[in-house]
Design a protein around this ligand. Structure first.
Ligand SMILES: Nc1ncnc2c1ncn2[C@@H]1O[C@H](COP(=O)(O)OP(=O)(O)OP(=O)(O)O)[C@@H](O)[C@H]1O
Ligand SMILES: [Mg+2]
Length: 362
């Protein structure tokens, strides 16, 4: 029975079939959260505005013990989006229920790139990117950079490195293609641009893709590419903070590929930078500050554009001349497990509680 009469904060989490992993970790978030709370998970189609109810699962944590059961519940006053849904619907829900929805902009790669490109500071950290409409964009980028990434725009396909293809032009004619399939990294070669285009044309016709200049990030060991992962969250004061910051070493020799058969090695940021800067502490600290500042600038851009975000996963790169690059920002980031420290497991719950307290006090 649902008995919580305002005794612990009640937080709604809108989950989806598509992002099953994010649904599965809800109980784990609550377990790690150091206070008692009630979480109600539901699918967007189970929210009934007329009856002001959601049908879903309630996870109640009382004195550290978690119980869960299914039922129909009043719509919580704060909702954390962990699902794709129509932004217009969010507005309608907020107005009708008098609730607050956060992470209300579940964007795709091309939307994010355009949002950042409208900001002068962020623009200087963006690799050159074009939406592929015809073979011209691909041909032009390839001859300009000789090394590019193709990325599916569609958010369902475009996560965990699914659909990401690295394309290299060798000797002005031959094309080398690298991508991950399941646990394996696949290498293909083509004798000409036309033969490559014929092989990829149908994929590009069914999914929208962008083509992006490839950045040569600092190398680890022999020749292993690297990137930087930073999770950022709003905290219990409503301020953006860094929840996790670490480097990833690509074990496949091409690029960091997450998801199934993860092919990277995570490494603590200080250790990574200290080795790169030969124990120069000043340079290491300056680089951590630069990464953090860039993260904050990205978060502020969402705030200034009127979006209510509080949980973002940011993929960055440091190139050989120590320039910072933004590869991707993820609106539905997955928290990292030990040994990586990641406060994004619990930060969304802390932020939800902050919103509830603010609502009660106003
Ligand atoms: N332009 C680029 N230059 C160099 N490396 C890149 C570039 N774009 C992406 N990468 C590398 O490939 C990784 C995956 O790319 P991206 O994050 O855009 O795709 P994704 O499918 O969302 O992947 P994931 O879900 O694993 O984060 C990046 O984290 C980065 O290491
Ligand atoms: Mg990514």
């Amino acid at each position: 029975m649902y008995t919580n009469k305002g005794k612990t904060p009640v937080i709604g989490i809108c989950v989806s079939k598509v992002k099953r992993d994010l649904h599965r970790i809800v109980a784990e978030r609550l377990k790690r959260y150091p206070c008692d709370a009630t979480l109600i998970t539901f699918r967007i189609e189970k929210l009934n505005l007329e009856r002001q109810k959601v049908q879903g699962t309630c996870f109640e944590k009382k004195e550290g013990k978690i119980e869960h059961y299914q039922g129909s519940f009043p719509i919580p006053k704060v909702l954390y989006m962990q699902s794709y849904a129509d932004p217009d619907l969010f507005k309608k829900i907020e107005e009708s229920v008098g609730c607050i929805i956060f992470n209300n902009f579940i964007f795709e790669k091309w939307q994010a790139w355009n949002l950042f490109a409208s900001n002068k500071t962020l623009m200087s950290h963006l690799p050159d990117t074009k939406k592929i409409c015809t073979e011209i964009e691909l041909k032009t980028s390839l001859s300009l950079y000789q090394d590019v990434f193709l990325k599916p725009i569609n958010p369902v396909k475009g996560h965990s490195s699914k659909g990401i293809v690295r394309v290299k032009l060798i000797n002005e004619e031959n094309i080398k293609v690298i991508y991950q399939k399941g646990h394996k990294i696949i290498l293909d070669e083509f004798q000409s641009f036309n033969s490559f285009w014929s092989s990829i044309q149908s994929t590009l016709a069914t999914n929208s893709y962008i083509v992006q200049q490839s950045i040569e990030t600092i190398r680890w060991g022999e020749e292993k590419p690297t990137d930087i992962r930073m999770n950022m969250n709003k905290n219990n004061k409503g301020e953006w903070t860094v929840s996790s910051l670490f480097a990833r070493i690509a074990l496949n020799g091409s690029h960091v590929a997450a998801g199934r058969g993860t092919q990277y090695l995570p490494i603590e940021i200080k250790q990574f930078l200290s080795l790169h800067f030969l124990n120069d502490e000043i340079k290491t600290t300056a680089m951590i500050n630069a990464l953090t500042n860039l993260g904050h600038k990205i978060c502020q851009t969402f705030d200034q554009s009127g979006y209510h975000m509080a949980d973002l996963g940011i993929d960055l790169g440091i190139d050989k001349s120590e320039q910072l690059w933004i590869f991707e920002v993820n609106p539905l980031p997955f928290p990292f497990a030990s040994p990586i420290r990641d406060d994004s497991w619990i930060k969304p719950l802390e932020y939800a509680r902050y919103i509830l307290e603010k609502m009660t006090n106003s």
